[in-house]
Design a protein around this ligand. Sequence first.
Ligand SMILES: Cc1cc2nc3c(=O)[nH]c(=O)nc-3n(C[C@H](O)[C@H](O)[C@H](O)COP(=O)(O)O)c2cc1C
Length: 187
Amino acid sequence: MLKVAIIFHSVTGTTNSLAQAIKSGVESQKDTEALLIEIKGEDIIEGRFRNESILESLSSVNAVIFGSPTYMGCVSAQFKAFADATGELWEQQSWANKVAAGFTIGSNFSGDQLNTIQYLQIFANQHGMLWTGVDIPGNCDPEQRNRLGAQSGLIAHSPDGKLNETDLITATYLGQRVAQVCARFAA
Ligand SMILES: Cc1cc2nc3c(=O)[nH]c(=O)nc-3n(C[C@H](O)[C@H](O)[C@H](O)COP(=O)(O)O)c2cc1C
């Protein structure tokens, strides 16, 4: 059984909805299990992420998909606290060769969400992970998936807290793709 973790932070629920859609995409692939993990405020004590069981649960997965809302042009402070808590894992390169991908959402069409994805990619590469993007060229897809055209990760946009249906479909696709990449490596 392949395992794909989706770890994310969300306050008003839009990143959470994308995570759920990604999960359904992962689970649509045979012999693949999705693990949905939410970073919560209570995991952070005096500015440090302290949830060891979350870090442990990531040790046995084949892939990790990272998600955060775009806050002030990057990941949220809560997501960054989680990232900073992985320093020891980085020293050991414990996550090396796991598949990775990322997703974000912002309330502006071009609210610097790309910087969030680029941060997630750098974070994954620091861990020796293998980054997977979105292989759908924007504007060319008959289903209009990847409507915002980012290929380094899933970028979504919501001005009012409601999810765009096409963004959710793209999220499901990202989950499928990561599961398929894992299956290729496993083979
Ligand atoms: C402190 C703060 C900073 C934000 N910064 C940005 C930003 O830089 N770009 C953007 O497009 N949206 C920005 N937003 C909007 C959020 O990204 C957006 O509301 C997102 O859907 C929230 O995700 P959530 O529902 O998972 O909490 C910001 C929101 C907050 C509260």
